[in-house]
Design a protein around this ligand. Structure first.
Ligand code: HEM
Ligand code: HEM
Length: 334
């Protein structure tokens, strides 16, 4: 019933978008601003944008159905499926879109020198924006319909665990999760670790997602992404629907502030993933969807316990030898 409700919402949003597209095509015929190559590119993007959003939503519904059928994260042989393929694709499409938009946005603002024609830069900005317009609604639909809300912090303990993780990265709780694997001498780090434990900074329970991902990363990404996409859409749709200049000026300012926030967040996001060897299996999981079971046991014990409560799936065994009964039937036996 709940799922039907969510599907209903997705359909309402889809129909709203369809009406928007029809209106956009009709209004666009009026050509209320002088035409230029720049203007035509932006107008074309504005007319395609709702289709991209609708496509992201439709694929998201399909992926949610598949995720429900497969049963989400699970142990398969010696590895654990951490993400489904749709999640990793949406991540990389969003990341590529963000990086292309950032680079082209910096050129448009004049922060980076660009010797050639600017039209191509605007076009590339629309390509980056289009990737985000697919990935963001796709992510929201996929998780809105089929669940998987582990990145949303649920208790205040996540705050304390975030601070503990920072101490882990500083190497006070051993080399395991230290940035660059810093090998502090035991005589130095152990008294500090004892002192920190005294203040309640104990090794986190180890759920699926790191506390820092839940507190410092996902919510900030969420806010910045919503802001940049909504302001970007307004800036795009003004080529179809006339809007007052002060409003557009304000929107542009917010769009650019969000862009700066995204540039900073990219560094915050990459530092713990690239500099902490203990987190490298997560990087691999964003490519292969999987992490080794042993890594989950060592670093995410609470998640491991949850996984154990699900039925284990063994890898399908592909055999090249013909089955004896098939051979017998070919030979005419029973
Ligand atoms: C990480 C994501 C993004 C970043 C960092 C970013 C950054 C920027 C920057 C710095 C500019 C130049 C200054 C300005 O006019 O505001 C710009 C322009 C623009 N952006 Fe974005 N943007 C992003 C995503 C988007 C998205 C998702 C859309 C559309 C849905 C979009 C639509 C536009 C438009 C229409 C312009 C103005 C082009 C024109 O002058 O007509 N942007 N963006
Ligand atoms: C602007 C571009 C990017 C955006 C908006 C982005 C966004 C996200 C978000 C929202 C998550 C979910 C967990 C979290 O918030 O920490 C995530 C996870 C992740 N990202 Fe990114 N990301 C970007 C670029 C990258 C790049 C360039 C890399 C690698 C070089 C990367 C590697 C990862 C990995 C490995 C995870 C998975 C962590 C896990 O499995 O728990 N991301 N990213």
């Amino acid at each position: 019933m709940k799922r039907l409700g969510k599907l209903g919402i997705a359909l309402v949003v889809g129909s709203w978008l369809t009406i928007g597209v029809v209106a956009a095509q009709t209004l666009a015929q009026r050509n209320w601003v002088p035409e230029s190559a720049f203007f035509n590119d932006a107008l074309t993007f504005a007319r395609i944008a709702p289709f991209i959003v609708a496509f992201g939503i439709l694929i998201g519904i399909w992926q949610a159905r598949n995720a429900l059928l497969k049963g989400g994260d699970r142990i398969v042989g010696q590895s654990v499926v951490r993400h489904d393929r749709g999640t990793t694709i949406a991540h990389w499409v969003n990341a590529t879109g963000s990086i292309v938009s950032l680079a082209t946005g910096a050129i448009i603002l004049g922060w980076v020198h660009w010797p050639a024609e600017l039209r191509i830069v605007f076009l590339l900005h629309f390509v980056g924006a289009a990737l985000k317009l697919y990935a963001v609604p796709n992510h929201l639909t996929r998780h809105g319909v089929a669940g998987g809300f582990g990145l949303i912090p649920r208790s205040w303990a996540a705050l304390r665990d975030t601070v503990t993780e920072m101490f882990e990265y500083a190497g006070f709780f051993g080399r395991d999760r230290a940035a660059f694997g810093i090998p502090w001498p035991k005589g130095f780090r152990q008294p500090i670790a004892r002192y920190l434990r005294g203040f309640g900074f104990k090794k986190p329970e180890g759920g699926k997602y790191l506390a820092a991902e839940q507190v410092l990363s996902y919510p900030v990404w969420g806010i910045l992404t919503v802001v940049v996409v909504i302001t970007g859409l307004i800036k795009t749709l003004r080529y179809v629907y006339p809007m007052p200049s002060p409003f557009i000026g304000m929107t542009t300012m917010v769009h650019d502030l969000a862009a700066i926030g995204i540039a900073v967040m990219l560094l915050v996001h990459l530092a713990p993933l690239l500099l902490v060897p203990g987190n490298w299996p997560l990087l691999k999981s964003m490519l292969t969807t999987r992490v080794p079971v042993q890594y989950v046991k060592d670093h995410h014990p609470a998640w491991y316990q949850q996984l154990l409560r699900k039925p284990a799936v063994s890898e399908p065994v592909v055999s090249v030898a013909p089955r004896a009964d098939a051979v017998a039937s070919l030979k005419g036996g029973d």
